[in-house]
Design a binder for this molecule. Structure first.
Ligand code: UDX
Ligand code: ADP
Length: 491
């Protein structure tokens, strides 16, 4: 991998960018490009007219863009600054592709639900459809950039589709430029990336295309943070980075189970380990389990790749990260049931948080979905509160095929509260599923007063001050912390 160095020859500047896919990745990424590159016209397009309408929604009475389809701290302000200047959201996909010098393909690549590789392989039909569209409508040569996370060697399929379906004489240079932003911190991650990775073919045309894309990022990213690699390394690096991050969480969650059984404190263990410069402190927060659109999908993808390459031991190794994550979620919900005297039937359980992490409204693969399903199967009455996830999304997630077979039962057993305290009223137990700051600062005294007694708190994110809550009267279980054992030898 090389730090980027610009070729000697003058590069044709990028004047127009089209981003196909106005989702959690394409929307914020290209908005930040528009912010930092006022000389470039950026058009973000999508097949979903509702999504585009939401990106174009007018400010509310206070002048805020509160109806954007993606919630990210700082995003609305950037959209407000750039929209209509050099940033446009449109459903006219063909026109935006046609006019662009560079096209980001930023469409969804979910795990396949049926057919070959079902449950593991990435569903590439959105990538293929957008590639075919690019081939069909292009009247000039372009750089095509894979932004979506794709399996290794997808660029080769894109090249074949483009070359077989486009007008004669056009050339398409394909680059891989994976996005490493994390939701909830997308704007700061994009403004100050640890690295920008650009994969290209090792040919003079490939290097020039990479340099032209690098020139876009150089508007705000220092050159030493821009790295060039081969195409396949770049594609695989995204899967590898996510697998390594998820593996740390599963490792610390495995430690959490040992801590709970021994009376050790997982925060202290993680802190002690993280002080070793070789390990580092990040991504060692024990939790009820990781969620989000990437970790599980990318590891499954890696498992599929390993199996296809006849590397069953490698596949098994990575699969274990997912197995541990599933077990962490089940272990946590079992703890709730066993602590509440082995039954939660008809008991009111307040679930605080439904997003897969704080500062996002995204619920994809959220641990809360599994917890709520498990509580419902135990016939509890579940009351959910999340500050950013709309009611309709919660019901959609809880009635997905595979999560539930009886939609009506969900409506009867699950209600949505407008505040955390409303959710707590009359509840036997509070389960913290997402680490939203407002749960840390909740008026826990008030919550205690309005709950049934004994009042339990199950902290799946380790965010509340368990001692302070116990002083109020709560019975508290925090992930990765054993009960406060009073050892007769020491007391
Ligand atoms: C991840 C990668 O971090 C990012 O680089 C990539 O581009 C996309 O996938 P994201 O899924 O948005 O980003 O969020 P992330 O902060 O990684 O959190 C993923 C999940 O892990 C969340 O559910 C989070 O709560 C959980 N997590 C994270 C832990 O349980 N413990 C930790 O220490 C860190
Ligand atoms: P991600 O988290 O990867 O950004 P999202 O699902 O949030 O995934 O966004 C992907 C977007 O891509 C969706 O809004 C979807 O409508 C859009 N999309 C999928 N296929 C196409 C296509 N062929 N042309 C344009 N947009 C597409």
């Amino acid at each position: 991998m090389l730090p980027f160095s610009a070729p000697d020859q003058a590069l044709a500047p990028i004047r127009r960018i089209c981003c196909v896919g106005a989702g959690y990745v394409g929307g914020p990424t290209c908005t930040v490009i528009a912010l930092n590159c006022p000389s470039i016209i950026v058009t973000i397009v999508d097949v979903n007219p509702d999504r585009i309408a939401a990106w174009n929604s007018p400010p509310d009475e206070e002048g805020n863009l509160s109806n954007l389809p993606v919630y990210e701290p700082g995003l609305a302000e950037v959209v407000k600054q750039c929209r209509g200047r050099n940033l446009f959201f449109s459903t006219d996909i063909d026109a935006a592709i046609e006019q662009a010098d560079l096209v980001f393909v930023s469409v969804n690549t979910p795990t396949k639900k049926s057919g070959m590789g079902a449950g593991f392989a990435a569903d590439l039909h959105y990538v293929e459809a957008s590639t075919r569209r690019i081939a069909a409508v292009s009247t000039s040569s372009k750089i095509i950039v894979e932004k979506s996370t794709v399996p290794c060697r997808t660029a080769a399929s894109m090249r074949t589709i483009l070359e077989s379906n486009s007008r004669p004489g056009l050339r398409f240079d394909i680059l891989s430029n994976p996005e490493f932003l994390a939701e909830g911190t997308a704007i700061s991650d994009l403004q100050n990336p640890d690295r920008v990775l650009i994969g290209s073919l090792d040919t003079s045309a490939g290097r020039i295309a990479a340099a032209r894309l690098a020139s876009v990022y150089e508007h705000w990213v220092p050159q030493y943070r821009i790295y060039t690699t081969g195409l396949w390394s770049s594609e695989l690096s995204k899967l590898a980075a996510n697998a390594l991050l998820a593996q740390r969480i599963s490792s610390v969650n495995a430690m959490a189970a040992i801590c709970e059984a021994t009376g050790a404190d997982v925060n202290e263990v993680a802190h002690a380990c993280g002080l070793d410069a070789r390990i580092g402190p990040k991504f060692l927060r024990a939790s009820v389990g990781f969620g989000g659109s990437c970790f599980q999908k990318d590891i499954l993808n890696l498992v599929y790749l390993s199996e296809s390459l006849n590397l069953p031991q490698v596949a098994e190794y990575w699969k274990q990260v997912i197995t541990m994550n599933e077990w962490s979620k089940t272990r946590f919900s079992n703890k709730v049931v066993s602590t509440l005297f082995n039954t939660i039937t008809e008991k009111r359980i307040a679930v605080l948080g439904f997003a897969f992490k704080k500062n996002t409204g995204d619920t994809r693969e959220s641990a809360a979905i599994t917890l709520c399903r498990n509580f419902r199967q135990e016939r509890a009455k579940v009351v959910i509160y999340d500050p950013k996830v709309p009611q309709s999304q919660i019901y959609l997630d809880l009635t997905e095929p595979g999560v539930v077979d009886d939609r009506e039962a969900v409506r009867q057993q699950v209600t949505i509260a407008c505040s955390a305290l409303e959710a707590c009223a009359g509840a036997e137990a509070v389960v913290i599923a997402t680490e939203w700051d407002e749960f840390k600062h909740l008026d826990w005294r008030k919550a205690y007063q309005i709950m049934s007694k004994p009042a339990f708190v199950f902290d799946g994110r380790g965010i509340v001050d368990a001692k302070a809550l116990r002083a109020i009267g709560f019975k508290v279980h925090s992930v990765g912390k054993g009960p406060e054992i009073v050892d007769p030898i020491w007391s």
